[in-house]
Design a protein around this ligand. Structure first.
Ligand code: 8DG
Length: 135
């Protein structure tokens, strides 16, 4: 089997003053629909992962942040059927605005210890212990 193409996706664990993490539900019709994920998206040509996150946080949940406020935590590396996902996970505690699902998606602020109660894409499961340790 040939190795599938590499897909670079940037994701962010937004953390509120209460140490809760924001999860967003993937909408019906998309791949992995109904699963809970970290906000983010594909790194487009000409973008840094930080620029991708600033754009995606603004578009998806109406939150503004800066590259300085994005700290790398860990990454996911997972083979899906059509691609191999490489996904740096950043942590962001400094942002402006009240998060809301601007694309009709549900959002939820979740304690690290409760993350496993939310079905997530398989690539995300190894990330949970890093957040539990951090928080
Ligand atoms: N944003 C985000 N994407 C994730 C996570 N975990 C995970 O496997 N992914 C995958 C799902 C998608 O295949 C890809 C992100 O793509 P995207 O969110 O920009 O694009 P999309 O909704 O249009 O996805 P798709 O329907 O094209 O697959 O990364 C995660 O925690 N956050």
């Amino acid at each position: 089997m040939p190795t599938p193409r590499l897909l670079l996706v940037a994701a962010c664990a937004l953390i509120d003053a209460d140490n809760r993490i924001l999860l967003t539900e993937r909408p019906a019709g998309k791949s992995l629909a109904g699963l809970w994920e970290f906000p983010g998206g594909k790194v487009e040509a000409g973008e840094t992962p930080e620029e991708t996150l600033i754009r995606e946080l603004r578009e998806e949940i109406g939150v503004e942040t800066k590259a300085d406020c994005l700290a790398p935590l860990t990454f996911a590396s997972h083979t899906y059927e059509d691609f191999h996902l490489l996904m740096p996970l950043y942590v962001c505690r400094r942002f402006e605005g009240i998060a809301r699902g601007l694309e009709g998606q549900q959002i939820k602020w979740v304690r690290a210890a409760d993350l496993r109660a939310y079905p997530m894409p398989p690539a995300d499961l190894p990330l949970i212990p890093f957040l539990v340790d951090l928080l």
